[in-house]
Design a protein around this ligand. Structure first.
Ligand code: SAM
Length: 381
């Protein structure tokens, strides 16, 4: 079994996944399509970045004028504060700059700002970025970076994986617009789901399935599935389950999901679990189980337990989210605890966890059948 140290190291490795330019561009374009002025006159903060080579800084700096930005701020985290196995990359950009200080380069974070046409080229762009060392290491939790957060209108980044919960809490406490990358399973965190339910956080539209490519440090082992070296010699890994999390409005979330009636689903569904069968009901909550989002019956007015991937298609005008049928969040909405016999069977015979608040059905033999996390929804109107 892996030790806690090994697990922490594994998590920290994922802290150094660098986002591709096209993924940032695709996502930002969807907000502009919906509201061309969405970033106009706004101060954008890119924390947890590596401004010298980050695609976030490059994208927003290159598009400063097109987006109509007021100010761009990007900050990095000091090399000495990162785990020791992360290689330290001193760039020519830094060493050739008047600001370069060999006593500070490893232990201080950096701040890059863009506000003016420094080089008088007639346009504010990436060549106008100005930088200096921060007073501290650039930890997003420090007062120095908190002040920048409070100054910003919009916060955009791919935060360190191991600190996702802390990062999202940090953004929410400042009540800012944000766009950040995370794993789709984060929706089920007890401190994230309530915001999804209240329609205060939702998924961004450009990633809803498959995997995405991320750059990794030069010494990253290429032994895991999906790793490789691209045509530019950059090491990368392909990561599944990635989503953008945001509170910036976009058009996809207002598109109604096109669905069949219950009768048609049972007759024509492409899923053998449903065709010529019926929707199963939960034993410990008054709802039907919907195994696939495209099998939600459009004429059913009761509660339905849908997979987490429903959120990729969720339109708040079409459905109301009632809760999440997992653990304490399940208990809060009235999911009944396991009966002693079902709990015992689950643990002793099925050798699985039996947490009260998890939704379950009964199979033909009367034994508990627990689906993967279900969100409880109800049709509006
Ligand atoms: C997932 S990477 C993303 C980098 C960049 N935003 C991108 O997508 O290309 C997260 C970055 O946050 C840095 N980081 C880790 N802990 C941090 C902290 N407490 N405060 C600020 N940055 C941190 C990591 O070293 C890494 O550079």
């Amino acid at each position: 079994m892996a030790t806690q140290e090994q697990l922490d190291a594994k998590k920290q490795k994922k802290d150094e996944f660098y986002t591709q330019y096209e993924d940032i561009q695709k996502e930002i374009n969807t907000y502009i399509e919906y509201n061309p002025d969405v970033f106009k006159n706004k101060t954008i903060l890119l924390p947890c970045d590596d401004p010298e080579w980050s695609n976030f800084t490059r994208f927003f700096a290159q598009n400063f004028h097109n987006l109509g930005l007021k100010k761009l701020i990007s900050t990095s985290y000091a090399a000495d504060s990162k785990p020791s196995e992360i290689p330290y990359q001193l760039t020519l950009f830094e060493t050739e700059s008047d600001e370069y200080d060999e006593n500070k380069t490893r232990s201080y974070g950096k701040i890059f700002t863009l506000t003016r046409d420094k080089n008088n080229s007639g346009k504010i762009d990436i060549d106008d970025l100005e930088w200096h060392y921060l007073k501290g290491d650039g930890d997003f939790r420090s007062n120095e970076i908190k002040k920048l957060r409070d100054e910003a209108d919009v916060i955009v980044t791919n935060p360190p994986f191991s600190l996702f919960r802390q990062f999202i809490a940090w953004v929410l406490e400042a009540d800012k617009k944000f766009l950040i990358i995370g794993n789709q399973n984060a929706v089920a965190y007890k401190d994230v789901f309530p915001y999804i339910q209240k329609n205060e956080i939702w998924y961004g539209p450009s990633i809803s399935s498959g995997d995405r490519k991320f750059g990794v440090p030069g010494n990253y082992p290429l032994d895991a599935a999906g790793c490789g070296i691209d045509e530019n010699g950059m090491r990368f890994i392909r990561v599944k389950g990635v989503r953008w999390f945001t509170n910036i409005d976009h058009g996809r979330r207002h598109q109604l999901l096109s669905l069949m009636t219950m009768q048609d689903n049972l007759k024509y569904s492409k899923h053998k679990e449903l065709r010529d069968k019926e929707y199963r009901t939960f034993f410990n909550y008054d709802a039907i189980n919907i195994p696939f989002t495209d099998a939600i019956p459009k004429d059913y007015n009761g509660m339905m337990g849908v997979p987490i991937t429903f959120l990729d298609k969720y339109c708040p005008e079409q459905f109301e989210i009632i809760g999440l049928g997992i653990a304490n969040l399940g208990l809060e909405i009235g999911v009944k605890p396991y009966t002693p016999e079902h709990q015992q069977y689950r643990k002793d015979i099925q050798h699985k966890g039996a947490v009260d608040g998890d939704l379950y059905m009964l199979d033909d033999a009367g034994h508990p059948d627990v689906p993967y996390a279900r969100i409880i929804i109800k049709k509006r109107g």
